[in-house]
Design a protein around this ligand. Structure first.
Ligand code: CMP
Length: 138
């Protein structure tokens, strides 16, 4: 078993898709270890997305991720990082495979419904960004 972090982004929370996305994740074998709803401050979003600083879309990304509530979710299953990336689909919903979360619920490359960690190392960092060890189901 391994862990990853998903974030239901402001577009999907605002559109009322959070429940459907949670059900989709559970149907694909993910166990929810912890979740909450929060609104990020710009400073938090810039720390979380520090790896993207300097990219042309960076300020748009921080602005969007602070524009409304988000739902970070710590998830567990086998091959959690790779499996979550498969289940959410490509960054751009126009390129996402049928049946993926981004194909079903995302609006655009920027407003793309859900975030997923891209490596085990980043998953550990990102889970710890939102949750204390005591918040996670044993
Ligand atoms: P996410 O996986 O959360 O991590 C980085 C985010 O940057 C990515 O999702 C996209 O939402 C966003 N992103 C990547 N490329 C672009 C782009 N060309 N224009 C706008 N946003 C982008």
């Amino acid at each position: 078993m391994s862990r990853t972090l998903a974030i239901i982004k402001p577009d999907a929370v605002e559109s009322g898709y959070a429940g459907k996305i949670l059900a989709h994740l559970q149907d694909r074998g993910f166990r929810i270890l912890a979740m909450r709803m929060t609104r990020l401050m710009a400073e938090q979003a810039s720390v979380f997305y520090a790896v993207h600083r300097g990219r042309p879309f960076y300020s748009e990304l921080v602005e969007f991720m602070t524009s409304g509530p988000v739902i970070p979710i710590a998830l567990e299953r086998d091959s959690a990082v790779a499996m979550l990336r498969e289940v959410i689909g490509a960054t751009d919903p126009a390129e996402a495979a049928d049946g993926t979360i981004r194909k079903l619920y995302a609006e655009s490359k920027g407003r793309n419904a859900i975030h997923a960690s891209d490596s085990d190392e980043n998953a550990a960092r990102e889970v710890a960004f939102f949750f204390a060890a005591a918040d996670l189901l044993a």
